[in-house]
Ligand binder design. Sequence first.
Ligand code: GAR
Length: 226
Amino acid sequence: MRRPYRIAVLASGRGSNLQAILDAIAQGSLDAVVAGVFSDKADAPALAKGRESGAVTASLSPRAFASRADYDESLFRLVDDVHPDLIVCAGYMRLVSEREVAARNGKMLNIHPSLLPAFKGLRTHQQALDAGVSWHGASVHFVSPELDGGPVIAQARVPVLPGDNADRLAQRVLEREHPLLLASLRLLAAGRIDLAGSQVRFDGRALHLPLQLDPDQRLVEQETTP
Ligand code: GAR
Protein backbone atom coordinates (compact mmCIF):
# COMPACT_ATOMS: atom_id res chain seq x y z
CA MET A 1 0.00 0.00 0.00
CA ARG A 2 1.16 3.53 -0.80
CA ARG A 3 2.43 5.44 2.23
CA PRO A 4 0.31 8.55 2.95
CA TYR A 5 1.77 11.88 1.93
CA ARG A 6 3.31 13.36 5.06
CA ILE A 7 3.02 17.06 5.79
CA ALA A 8 4.88 18.96 8.51
CA VAL A 9 3.45 22.40 9.34
CA LEU A 10 5.36 25.35 10.76
CA ALA A 11 3.08 27.96 12.33
CA SER A 12 3.46 30.88 14.71
CA GLY A 13 -0.14 31.84 15.45
CA ARG A 14 -3.82 31.21 14.95
CA GLY A 15 -3.50 28.18 12.70
CA SER A 16 -6.57 28.60 10.48
CA ASN A 17 -4.61 27.31 7.47
CA LEU A 18 -3.47 24.30 9.52
CA GLN A 19 -7.08 23.71 10.58
CA ALA A 20 -8.19 23.84 6.94
CA ILE A 21 -5.63 21.12 6.14
CA LEU A 22 -6.74 18.98 9.09
CA ASP A 23 -10.43 19.38 8.16
CA ALA A 24 -9.79 18.47 4.51
CA ILE A 25 -7.91 15.33 5.58
CA ALA A 26 -10.71 14.39 8.02
CA GLN A 27 -13.32 14.91 5.28
CA GLY A 28 -11.34 12.79 2.84
CA SER A 29 -10.71 15.61 0.36
CA LEU A 30 -6.93 15.67 0.90
CA ASP A 31 -5.06 12.38 0.80
CA ALA A 32 -2.35 13.18 3.34
CA VAL A 33 -1.46 13.16 7.01
CA VAL A 34 -0.23 16.04 9.17
CA ALA A 35 2.74 14.30 10.74
CA GLY A 36 3.97 17.21 12.85
CA VAL A 37 3.27 20.80 13.84
CA PHE A 38 6.15 23.00 14.93
CA SER A 39 6.22 26.52 16.30
CA ASP A 40 8.46 29.26 17.62
CA LYS A 41 5.66 30.18 20.07
CA ALA A 42 4.74 27.78 22.88
CA ASP A 43 1.27 29.31 23.20
CA ALA A 44 0.41 29.37 19.48
CA PRO A 45 -3.20 28.19 18.95
CA ALA A 46 -1.84 26.29 15.93
CA LEU A 47 0.12 24.01 18.28
CA ALA A 48 -3.03 23.18 20.25
CA LYS A 49 -4.83 22.38 16.99
CA GLY A 50 -1.98 20.08 16.01
CA ARG A 51 -1.99 18.39 19.40
CA GLU A 52 -5.74 17.80 19.19
CA SER A 53 -5.31 16.16 15.80
CA GLY A 54 -2.82 13.68 17.21
CA ALA A 55 0.17 15.07 15.29
CA VAL A 56 3.60 15.26 16.87
CA THR A 57 3.99 18.84 18.13
CA ALA A 58 6.96 20.83 19.40
CA SER A 59 7.83 24.45 20.07
CA LEU A 60 11.28 25.90 20.39
CA SER A 61 11.89 29.39 21.69
CA PRO A 62 14.34 31.35 19.56
CA ARG A 63 15.52 33.04 22.78
CA ALA A 64 17.15 29.80 23.88
CA PHE A 65 19.55 29.84 20.90
CA ALA A 66 22.60 31.95 20.14
CA SER A 67 21.85 32.38 16.43
CA ARG A 68 19.22 31.81 13.76
CA ALA A 69 21.38 29.03 12.32
CA ASP A 70 21.51 27.21 15.70
CA TYR A 71 17.78 27.62 16.16
CA ASP A 72 16.95 26.34 12.71
CA GLU A 73 19.33 23.41 13.02
CA SER A 74 17.50 22.23 16.15
CA LEU A 75 14.05 22.97 14.76
CA PHE A 76 14.64 21.14 11.50
CA ARG A 77 16.11 18.15 13.33
CA LEU A 78 12.69 17.79 14.98
CA VAL A 79 10.92 18.36 11.68
CA ASP A 80 13.07 15.75 9.91
CA ASP A 81 12.23 13.24 12.65
CA VAL A 82 8.63 13.08 11.39
CA HIS A 83 9.90 12.29 7.85
CA PRO A 84 7.81 14.84 5.96
CA ASP A 85 7.36 14.73 2.20
CA LEU A 86 6.53 18.44 2.40
CA ILE A 87 7.02 21.21 4.95
CA VAL A 88 4.31 23.89 4.89
CA CYS A 89 4.90 27.31 6.44
CA ALA A 90 1.35 28.34 7.35
CA GLY A 91 1.61 31.62 9.19
CA TYR A 92 5.20 30.91 10.25
CA MET A 93 6.55 34.36 10.95
CA ARG A 94 10.31 33.68 11.03
CA LEU A 95 12.88 33.76 8.30
CA VAL A 96 14.46 30.36 7.75
CA SER A 97 18.25 30.23 7.39
CA GLU A 98 19.64 29.71 3.93
CA ARG A 99 21.29 26.41 4.80
CA GLU A 100 18.04 24.75 5.92
CA VAL A 101 16.14 26.15 2.93
CA ALA A 102 18.79 25.03 0.46
CA ALA A 103 18.75 21.53 1.94
CA ARG A 104 14.99 21.34 1.27
CA ASN A 105 14.61 22.92 -2.16
CA GLY A 106 11.24 21.91 -3.59
CA LYS A 107 10.16 20.41 -0.28
CA MET A 108 9.09 23.57 1.52
CA LEU A 109 6.06 25.78 0.80
CA ASN A 110 4.87 29.09 2.14
CA ILE A 111 1.50 30.75 1.93
CA HIS A 112 1.78 34.52 1.74
CA PRO A 113 -1.07 37.03 1.82
CA SER A 114 -0.33 38.99 -1.36
CA LEU A 115 -0.05 38.51 -5.10
CA LEU A 116 3.72 38.01 -5.16
CA PRO A 117 6.04 39.57 -6.19
CA ALA A 118 3.94 42.47 -4.86
CA PHE A 119 3.95 43.23 -1.14
CA LYS A 120 6.51 40.96 0.45
CA GLY A 121 7.05 40.95 4.21
CA LEU A 122 4.55 42.09 6.82
CA ARG A 123 1.30 44.12 6.85
CA THR A 124 0.61 43.12 3.27
CA HIS A 125 -3.05 44.17 3.34
CA GLN A 126 -2.15 47.69 4.44
CA GLN A 127 0.62 47.74 1.82
CA ALA A 128 -1.98 46.89 -0.85
CA LEU A 129 -4.38 49.58 0.37
CA ASP A 130 -1.59 52.17 0.52
CA ALA A 131 -0.56 51.30 -3.05
CA GLY A 132 -4.15 51.73 -4.27
CA VAL A 133 -4.25 48.44 -6.19
CA SER A 134 -7.59 47.05 -7.39
CA TRP A 135 -6.60 43.40 -6.93
CA HIS A 136 -4.93 41.75 -3.96
CA GLY A 137 -4.83 38.11 -2.87
CA ALA A 138 -2.60 35.28 -1.74
CA SER A 139 0.21 33.17 -3.14
CA VAL A 140 1.54 29.69 -2.47
CA HIS A 141 5.22 29.44 -3.31
CA PHE A 142 8.23 27.22 -2.81
CA VAL A 143 10.50 28.65 -0.14
CA SER A 144 13.83 30.03 -1.35
CA PRO A 145 16.48 31.87 0.67
CA GLU A 146 14.97 35.22 -0.40
CA LEU A 147 12.09 36.37 1.85
CA ASP A 148 8.78 35.66 0.06
CA GLY A 149 10.82 35.38 -3.14
CA GLY A 150 10.62 31.70 -4.08
CA PRO A 151 8.95 30.32 -7.22
CA VAL A 152 5.17 30.88 -7.11
CA ILE A 153 2.93 27.84 -7.68
CA ALA A 154 -0.55 29.32 -7.41
CA GLN A 155 -2.46 32.46 -6.56
CA ALA A 156 -5.96 33.54 -5.57
CA ARG A 157 -7.07 37.04 -6.56
CA VAL A 158 -9.34 39.12 -4.37
CA PRO A 159 -10.79 42.50 -5.43
CA VAL A 160 -10.11 45.49 -3.23
CA LEU A 161 -13.53 47.01 -2.52
CA PRO A 162 -14.47 50.61 -1.80
CA GLY A 163 -14.36 51.18 1.95
CA ASP A 164 -11.98 48.27 2.61
CA ASN A 165 -9.69 48.49 5.58
CA ALA A 166 -6.81 46.11 6.30
CA ASP A 167 -8.93 43.87 8.55
CA ARG A 168 -11.82 43.49 6.11
CA LEU A 169 -9.43 42.83 3.24
CA ALA A 170 -7.42 40.34 5.34
CA GLN A 171 -10.62 38.43 6.15
CA ARG A 172 -11.64 38.13 2.50
CA VAL A 173 -8.12 37.08 1.50
CA LEU A 174 -8.03 34.47 4.27
CA GLU A 175 -11.26 32.92 2.97
CA ARG A 176 -9.49 32.33 -0.35
CA GLU A 177 -6.19 31.27 1.26
CA HIS A 178 -7.64 28.07 2.62
CA PRO A 179 -8.94 26.68 -0.71
CA LEU A 180 -5.79 27.95 -2.43
CA LEU A 181 -3.54 26.06 -0.04
CA LEU A 182 -5.67 22.91 -0.18
CA ALA A 183 -5.84 22.86 -3.97
CA SER A 184 -2.05 23.34 -4.12
CA LEU A 185 -1.47 20.55 -1.61
CA ARG A 186 -3.69 18.17 -3.61
CA LEU A 187 -1.53 18.73 -6.69
CA LEU A 188 1.69 18.34 -4.72
CA ALA A 189 0.49 15.19 -2.96
CA ALA A 190 -0.50 13.73 -6.34
CA GLY A 191 3.00 14.48 -7.66
CA ARG A 192 1.62 16.88 -10.32
CA ILE A 193 3.66 19.87 -9.14
CA ASP A 194 7.38 19.83 -8.53
CA LEU A 195 10.41 22.08 -8.67
CA ALA A 196 13.31 21.60 -11.07
CA GLY A 197 16.03 24.01 -9.88
CA SER A 198 13.98 27.18 -9.62
CA GLN A 199 11.38 26.20 -12.24
CA VAL A 200 7.95 25.08 -11.09
CA ARG A 201 6.66 22.20 -13.19
CA PHE A 202 3.02 21.23 -13.62
CA ASP A 203 2.42 17.73 -14.98
CA GLY A 204 6.07 17.66 -16.01
CA ARG A 205 5.92 20.95 -18.03
CA ALA A 206 7.42 24.30 -17.05
CA LEU A 207 4.79 26.55 -15.47
CA HIS A 208 5.43 30.10 -16.69
CA LEU A 209 2.60 31.82 -14.83
CA PRO A 210 1.17 30.80 -11.45
CA LEU A 211 -1.96 28.66 -11.46
CA GLN A 212 -5.08 30.65 -10.56
CA LEU A 213 -7.80 29.63 -8.14
CA ASP A 214 -11.11 29.80 -9.99
CA PRO A 215 -14.52 30.46 -8.37
CA ASP A 216 -15.05 26.68 -8.08
CA GLN A 217 -11.90 26.47 -5.93
CA ARG A 218 -9.99 24.70 -8.70
CA LEU A 219 -6.53 25.64 -9.89
CA VAL A 220 -6.38 26.52 -13.57
CA GLU A 221 -3.58 27.56 -15.87
CA GLN A 222 -3.38 31.18 -17.03
CA GLU A 223 -3.26 31.94 -20.71
CA THR A 224 0.21 33.07 -21.78
CA THR A 225 0.10 35.86 -24.34
CA PRO A 226 2.11 34.95 -27.46
C1 GAR B 1 -2.12 33.94 6.88
O1 GAR B 1 -2.83 35.04 6.36
C2 GAR B 1 -0.83 33.72 6.12
O2 GAR B 1 -0.95 33.98 4.74
C3 GAR B 1 0.06 34.73 6.77
O3 GAR B 1 -0.25 34.66 8.13
C4 GAR B 1 -1.61 34.27 8.28
C5 GAR B 1 -1.65 33.07 9.18
O4 GAR B 1 -2.98 32.73 9.46
N1 GAR B 1 1.43 34.46 6.53
C6 GAR B 1 2.36 35.39 6.43
O5 GAR B 1 2.13 36.58 6.56
C7 GAR B 1 3.76 34.86 6.18
N2 GAR B 1 4.61 35.92 5.76
P1 GAR B 1 -3.31 31.36 10.17
O6 GAR B 1 -2.35 31.23 11.37
O7 GAR B 1 -4.72 31.51 10.62
O8 GAR B 1 -3.11 30.26 9.17
